[in-house]
Every structure is written in C-alpha cells, then in structure tokens.
Design a protein around this ligand. Sequence first.
Ligand code: GLU
Length: 377
Amino acid sequence: MSASGGALSRAKRIVFKVGSALLVDAATGAADRAWLDAFCADVARLRARGQQVVVVSSGAVALGRRRLGLTGRKSLTLPEKQAAAAAGQSVLMRAWEEALEPHGVGAAQILLTRDDTEVRRRWLNARATAETLIALNVVPVVNENDTVVTEEIRYGDNDRLAARVAQMVGADLLVLLSDIDGLYTADPRRDPSATHIERVAEITPEIAAMAEGANASAGVGTGGMATKIAAARIARAAGCATLITLGSRPAPLQAIEDGALATVIEAGASPAAAYKAWIAGSLAPQGWLTVDAGAAVALASGKSLLAAGVRAVEGPFDKGDAVRVRDETGREVARGLVRYDSADAHKIAGLRSDAIEAELGFTEGPMIHADDLAVGG
Ligand code: GLU
C-alpha cells in the first residue's frame, strides 16, 4: 500500500478539511449534493471500521451569497461576507446532515474563532464538547465563526483552522482535500518537469519553498499550497500526520487506498506525547500545587491528581491554566492543566472526590486529569 493509503487506513482519529471549491457548485452557487453524498459514503466506510471522524467544512460564505442574492457581485464588503456566512452556515449544516443521515450518522455544528483555540479555558471546553460528540457517535462539523471575527483575529483559511482542530482533538491524521493531488517540486500546471512528492518526513526550507512555488488557488476557496504546508507544520508539532490529496473525485478516500497519488507529511511524535511536551515546555505555569506522598506516587504511575492528595495551593491561576506540582520536599514532580481556579482549588484541597460538589456546587472531576499531566518536571 502507498504511504498515504497506509496512513489513512491506520489512523484512529481523522480530521477532514473540505473546502468551498468541493462543496459548492461553482455554476449554481448551491451545495454540490452529488459530491457530498459520495464523500459521506466514503466517510461512513471509515467509520464502520472504527475510525473516528471530525469534519472542518467551508462553504458558508459561498452558500450564503446565493441565499442573500449577492451572487452577481465580484467582491463583498466584510459585513456582507459576515452576513453571507450567517445565512449560509445553516444551509451548509443542512447539507451535511442530509448527506450523513442515510448512514445513520448525525452531524453537530461547532463554530470556532482563533481565540477559542488559543485561550486554554475555551480550548478545553471546545475539546470536551468535541470529545462528547465523538463518544455519542456524531460527526462534529467545524467552521470558523465568521460572523463575529474581525480581519485581525481571523484564521481566514480553514486549512489552519483544521490543523488547530486536529491538535485540539488529538487526531493522528489531518486530511486536506485539495484541488491538486499533493505536493509537487514545482507547479505541474506550468512546469512539465514537476515531480510528485509522496512522503515528507520533515518540513525543510526546500519543502516550504516548493509550496510557495506551487501555490495553487482554487478560485472559490482561500487556501493555497503554502497554507496547507503551514497547516501541516501545526499538525506535525501536535503529533498528527497530514495528507494532501485531490478532493474532487467522487470517493477521494477510497481512491487513496486504491493507490491514487497523495502526499503524506509525517507527524513529529504521537499526539499524546506532543501534547504532554506542550504542557511541560510551552506553557508558562501560573502556580503551584503541593501534594502528599501518596499522590506523588499515584502521579508517577500515570494516575490523575485528585483533590484529596493536594496539601497546599499557590495561585492565582484560572481553570485550564498550567500549574506546577511539587511533593512535600519541594521537588517538582509534574506539570498539568488544572480543572479548577485557585480559589476553588483552595476550597477543595484535601477533600475526597465525592465531597467536591457539596463544597463548590459543581464538580469538574480530578484536580488535574491524567491526560493533561506531564510527569517528571
Ligand atoms: N469559513 C469560510 C466559509 O465557510 C471559509 C474559509 C476557507 O475556505 O478557508 O465560507
């Protein structure tokens, strides 16, 4: 099997980025249901063999133009674009729901802004929502919340948004469905000597330069090859491989498994290892939790940090912040994302898990969940 076919069939959790050029019929401005139906059948096949799926879908602005009668115009003002996104997003969701429904699969809308993927507290909430939907066997369909973002804080292109989503849900594969079947040494539409690259182990300056040179824009959407490589860079650092492939075939995923050309950009590490490295290295810790000897042993064996084992809290910190954990001798034993702010953490330190709700009126579970802990600081 090709490198891409192998990556696709092995992946446990996959984020698919679908662009406007695929979803919206350029002639009519309506959703291309024939393509969408075939794609959803392709996705259903992967789900049936146990693979989890998240979709990042563009198309709101393009579909909304038609709905609002703004199709004749070359360019729209920002408020018009945002109005088109507002009108088109529901059309977009209906198309996904109708196309997934025959496979017994539900769809759920998640709209994100850049803040939502960068402010940790919101990031944790969005992640929990996506996890819950996946567990409930529903496909999260994500788009940028175009109506509320301003030019300065936009992602602007869904390639990078998809990479952030892949990082957020701990996906091991990001599939960018493109208007070209992968990365070439030069633009194959202009340079007959251009050769296809099947596998990229590392994003070197040469690879980045090739992406600039082959910058192919699809017309309807926004991203070119350079944004795809930018997205792959984000995914790679999060332990997620990226696959760039031609999306316009009726069953683009089956085609890859049957050996069609595609480019796979390999992941740096596993998603879990990359996530823990991010917690340990990239986040500025905001406070300290001091834990008793029993909790320190539990942490070392990969368990969550329970409030019961916490002796002292030093803040201030917010829910979702990174904090340092030390044992009673003062040695740092771990770093992690705390589930309570410092005031609440203080109130529940030393309490058993079943007493937290009575104290606070709610519970978020352990002080730091094992998934959000990097041990051995
Ligand atoms: N969020 C935009 C939309 O749904 C698309 C952005 C993109 O295609 O990259 O219309």
